[in-house]
Design a protein around this ligand. Structure first.
Ligand code: PRX
Length: 650
């Protein structure tokens, strides 16, 4: 990349792809991007069909798109088995003995799975699931550490047409239960435990706790990872290895309709209940494959590493489906980035010769805080492309990533997308797009993104408004599982026929998109979505709490910190011990990522006369210590003075 001018402030400097990078890139100039983008939005069916043709289909589609907002059917009449594109075609061709997954466990154990081996393991596990009675369209809940078996379990479900729902291994028993009941999962795949910062996480115990409160699950398959003690319930629980030992490694992939459900992934919304985002087969695979091809510019000789967990959409799209459909070699890591210390990632990049590295701003900020000494001395010269995802990347983090990790040589793709969009929507193309720190730049092919004001008009340059997508795209979510009404209300009600992302954004004069943040009551904590209402309902489920209000506070490391205001029930003392108990309680109900950073005891919460909590005032109080905005709707003005004192005293 080359800088335009060294005299411009860093925040405004434009970085153009270097000639060296552009030379071998699939899209190597803005002229090419502009031409392809124009064609792709003018004739989306033509563009997406030519991409989808690069995948394996058992029966071709008769029509590319059937669209009546908000219902999309892509590749109508086409039949495929998504795992054939991800596995079979590589395993029977020249990539047969190519490494698909290079795994490193947190304790340092290593394993390489070639495409042929991964294919065999998935076939074997598909046969295991079939023998356990799993059928097409059944929902299977997966609660696993970041080990290859997590991907194998997902792919085996997909192979037989079952719908997987992965629950992040950091979530609680209660979260498992909620999701299990919402999607009606009849089978669970888990492990005894996983490694995290030198300790084991009790995955199977959490599953047991969840299952003690429901009867819908017929069987649990347990992979032995840590060897820790677990209880196995006779007739319900089975060891993965024992079942796999008896299973055949051969399985003929059956074709499913292009719109066959592939997975449900839960994400936070503005009400308490997480939404089960449903993705289907042909379109989703086309979206993840195509974005890997152009945005990560994956080439056969690349070593790619996405540090996300398979429990999030990034893991689904950019560890499992996209890279495997590309036939890429990727690194997978089980544990924490700072175990045994903050040099772990850089050691691994050096050891495996990683060339494409995809991580989150929150991790970058943690590395900056830890200090450069952890990076120094590691040979990172194999890197050629860097990616960022999950939240806006601040210029300091961008600069450090670019200079310290990328050696001022690697383009950075700042990728904007969501669980709902399935694949990256706005991002630079690394061989073409000039970038500025902090902007996700321009829409991907086929993506018609815009920023609208309340009246539905396009905002002027640099004016913030609502980010919308005006045309359907193949990897778009089809519904919220079991709640079509909520799907319509959440994403399609603001403007007729347009998808509203829930983000506020602006475009600069060159058309670059700058994401400002969420418009709803959703926090972005370390790149993870967390509903304020979810945390509030966790707090009020504690016997001492009468009422709670949760807001986000800007945080240097996590992006946003979770701040709670709690009123306790009569007779309960507001003690530091109770503060700790409430933090732990939220951690137990939702998972460690939701643990509040601050718990303030408030004698009362600021409310409107109709009883609605005014979170805006709480936000202002926390960030400035004052309230300057409109308080005319406030029912009791003395509440503000009391809260000021609470915050000042803590
Ligand atoms: O607010 C945006 C933010 O993350 C939200 C989506 O969260 P989730 O569904 O959990 O998916 C995260 C991984 C794709 C968005 O609505 N977000 C995601 N990527 C970016 C971002 N904000 C700014 N810049 C990004 N690159």
């Amino acid at each position: 990349m080359s800088k335009k001018s060294v005299n411009t402030p860093f925040e405004e400097q434009v970085f153009k792809p270097s000639k060296d990078f552009a030379k071998n890139a699939r899209v190597s100039s803005m002229a090419q991007y502009n031409r392809m983008w124009k064609e792709s939005v003018e004739q989306p069916a033509k563009f997406w069909a030519s991409e989808a043709k690069e995948l394996e289909w058992q029966k071709p589609w008769s029509k590319v798109l059937d669209w009546k907002a908000p219902d999309a059917k892509w590749f109508v009449g086409g039949k495929l088995n998504v795992t054939e594109s991800c596995l079979d075609r590589h395993a029977r061709g020249p990539r047969r003995n190519k490494a698909a997954i290079i795994f490193e466990g947190e304790p340092g154990d290593k394993q390489v799975l070639t495409y042929a081996q991964l294919h065999r393991e998935v076939c074997k596990f598909t046969n295991v699931l079939i023998a356990r009675g799993v059928k097409a369209k059944d929902r299977v809940l997966i609660y696993m550490p970041m080990i290859p078996q997590a991907a194998i379990a997902m792919l085996a479900c997909a192979r037989l047409g079952a719908v997987h729902s992965v629950v992040f291994g950091g979530f609680s028993a209660e979260s498992i239960l909620d999701r299990l009941e919402d999607c009606g999962a009849t089978h669970v795949i888990t492990a005894d435990g996983g490694w995290r910062r030198g300790k084991t996480v009790a995955l199977k115990d959490n599953v047991d706790e969840a299952l003690s409160r429901t009867k819908i699950v017929k069987s649990v398959i347990v992979y032995k990872r840590t060897g820790q003690d677990v209880k196995m319930k006779k007739g319900r629980d089975f060891w993965w290895d024992e079942l796999a030992a008896e299973a055949s490694a051969k399985h003929e992939a059956k074709a499913f309709d292009s719109e066959h459900p592939l997975f449900i992934l839960y994400t936070s919304g503005s009400t308490g209940k997480p939404k089960g985002i449903l993705h289907t087969s042909g379109g989703y695979l086309t979206g993840t494959y195509t974005t890997c091809k152009y945005i990560f510019d994956m080439q056969d000789e690349d070593v790619y590493w996405c540090t996300a967990d398979v429990g999030w959409i990034t893991g689904h799209s950019y560890i499992v489906y996209g890279p495997l459909a590309m036939g890429a070699t990727q690194v997978m890591y089980e544990g924490a980035p700072n175990y045994p210390d903050f040099s772990r990632f850089w050691q691994m990049i050096e050891e495996y010769g990683v060339s494409i590295f995809y991580t989150a701003p929150t991790a970058i900020r943690a590395f900056i805080k830890a200090g450069d000494s952890f990076v120094d001395g590691h040979d990172l010269s194999s890197l050629r492309l860097l990616g960022s995802v999950g939240e806006p990347i601040n210029p300091e983090a961008w600069r450090w990533y670019y200079e310290k990790i990328g050696g001022s040589r690697c383009p950075i793709v700042d990728t904007w997308w969501q669980t709902e969009t399935g694949a990256i929507m706005i991002s630079p193309l690394p061989g073409a797009t000039p970038t500025i720190a902090g902007t996700a730049t321009l829409p991907f092919f086929g993506v018609d993104a815009a920023i609208l004001d309340d009246a539905g008009n396009e905002c002027k340059a640099n004016e913030a408004g609502r980010l919308v997508i005006r045309k359907p795209w193949p990897s778009m979510t089809r519904t919220i599982y079991g709640d079509k009404a909520r799907f319509k209300k959440t994403y399609w009600a603001d403007y007729d026929g347009l998808y509203t992302a829930g983000d506020s954004a602006r475009r600069d004069k060159k058309g670059n998109f700058w994401i400002v943040g969420r418009l709803d009551d959703v926090l972005n904590v370390s790149g993870h979505r967390l509903g304020t209402a979810e945390v509030e309902s966790a707090l009020v489920s504690h016997p001492s709490v009468a009422e709670a209000a949760v807001i986000g506070r800007p945080d240097d490391l996590k992006g946003q910190a979770v701040v709670c205001f709690v009123t306790v029930k009569g007779g309960i003392k507001s003690t530091p011990a109770l503060q700790k108990e409430l933090r732990d309680h939220v951690g137990k109900v939702i998972g460690a990522i939701a643990k509040p950073d601050n718990v303030y005891f408030a004698p009362a919460l600021p409310k409107t006369r109709s009883g609605k909590i005014i979170r805006r005032l709480l936000k202002e109080l926390v960030s400035t210590g004052e309230v300057s905005g409109n308080t005319t709707t406030l029912e009791d003005h003395s509440v503000i003075e009391q809260l000021k004192k609470t915050i000042a005293d803590s």
